[in-house]
Structures are given as structure tokens and as C-alpha cells.
Design a protein around this ligand. Sequence first.
Ligand code: THG
Length: 288
Amino acid sequence: MTHETVLRGTGSEVVIGHGRRFCLIGERINPTGRRIFQEQLRAGDLSAIERDVQAQVEGGADVLDVNMGVPLTDEADLLARAIQLVQSRTDKPICIDSSVIEALEAGLAVYQGRALVNSVTAEDDRLAAILPLVKKYDAAIIALPNDHDEIPMEADKRLDLTAKIIRVATEEYGIAAADIVIDPLAMPIGADTTTALVTFETMRRIRDEFGVNMTCGASNTSFGMPDRHTLGAAWLPMAMTAGLTSAIMDTRTPQIVEAVKAADVFLDHDEWGMAWIAAHRAKAAATA
Ligand code: THG
């Protein structure tokens, strides 16, 4: 048995599920590593977000990740304003991405719809701080199977922590398993060439044992390697075959988005290839 996660924006509803088309979460509204964007945000200029929303939605994003982690700012205030701006520009659901509990709460308080909260770890104090918010605002949650800031390198440990998270969230906080999205932890292949195999094994076992949805930071996998887009376009279909049902990724890159859409056809997640054919027709019409 597998679970389905329902997210809502101001208009559209997105359902993440093992038998469904892959859910693309656009990663770009994130100042990490973007110096100019950080300076703009620090000065209160949110205009770059408007361009990021448009580019990612045009590229095929179903959900937008919003991260406002800029050092030396009031992250709660900035995140709340960013969420309101994004929701004024798109009806798609948002994945609220922060490690600061006050920022998550401020974001949830202004959010219209059913959000995905990114993220909680398996540590007791983090679970106790974040899960009541998830319940209060009727959101879904991304959970990472690591604790004490340590990323376990064995699938067994990730499975144990996944079991703990699901048990605590469902039994102690009344959150449905359908609303728990596990991040099986994708690491850069350049640092350790066995790491992708551990992640794929983790995905298969989480799907088979718990049936919950999963998401990953897909661009982590190619970090530091040449020709990252080709690596991403190979990794995503492999991960989808192992049970990954969504990813936080760069939806502005057609090579990667098209690889996902093609994999949806072969995994029978796109009945009769209807979405594939419709996208092809739309592209042909646009160039005509
Ligand atoms: N899991 C979960 N949430 C996440 C991640 C994850 N949120 C953040 C991140 N990882 C995914 N989002 C991004 C956003 C932007 C970039 C990468 C991942 C990005 N990276 C540039 C690059 O890859 O070259 C620059 C990064 C840099 O210079 O530091 O733009 O794994 N649940």
C-alpha cells in the first residue's frame, strides 16, 4: 500500500504519489550561493523572486520551494513576505524551506492552501518543535532520516530513523503517514562513488516498507562534477525507478525536466503517454 500527499496553492492542487506523474519542486527561490540575490534580499528588494517564479513555472515546476536563509536578516519576516509575493504570482503550492522554527511558523501563518514544510530531522527536540506546527496548520512535512547533524552512510540507519519519524509523527502528533515525505538523502557523487547506491537502496526499502512519498535535493548529486545536467538527467529516472516521487530540482533545465517526463511514460505514470504527447503538441504549436 502506498500513500498520496495532497498539497494546495491558491488554485491548483498537487497530489504526490507512487503511481502518479513525478512532482517537480523548483529549487531556485533560494539565496544559498547567490551573492547578488542575497544582497537584494538584505536590502528588501524581492523583485528577483518574481522572475524566478515565472522561469520555474514555465519550465514545469508543480511546486515552488521558498528558502530565505540570508545571514543577518529577520528570516521570519522575509520568508512571510516572499511567500505572499510568490502566491500573488502563481497558484501553485509552496514548499516552505527553513531550519528556523520561527520562520516556518511565520510562513505557515500567511500561507494560503496546504503547504509542504521543509524540513524536520529525527532529533527529538526538532520533532517536538516542528510537528505541532505541521498539525496546527494542516501541512505536510519533509523529514530527513538523520540526527545530531550526522548523515548516516548506511541504508539500515536511514531506515531506522525513517521508522522513528513515522512512528512519532503518526502516534504522538496525529499526522497522517500520507503527509510525511521522506528525504532519503542524496549526496554528491564526486565525494564518494558509492553514495548513490546507498540512496537508491534507501528509496527502494522506504517505498516497500512504508509506502510513503519521498523527495530529494536532486542537484546535490552532481555537485562539483562536470556536465551536471547529463548526470541529473540520468540520476532522476534511476531514482524514480527506486521509488522517488518528487524532487527539489532546477526546473529551468529542459534536459532534466524532459528526462523526468520520459521516465513517467516508461514507469506507466503517464497513462497512454498523454501528458508527454500534449507537451510535444504545445511545443510544436508555440514554435509554429
Ligand atoms: N533536501 C531538502 N531540502 C533542500 C535540499 C535537500 N533544500 C535546499 C537544497 N537541498 C535544494 N535546493 C537547492 C537550491 C539551489 C541550489 C541547489 C539546491 C543551487 N546550487 C548551485 C549549484 O548547485 O551549483 C550553487 C550552490 C552553491 O554555490 O552553494 O543553486 O537536499 N529536503
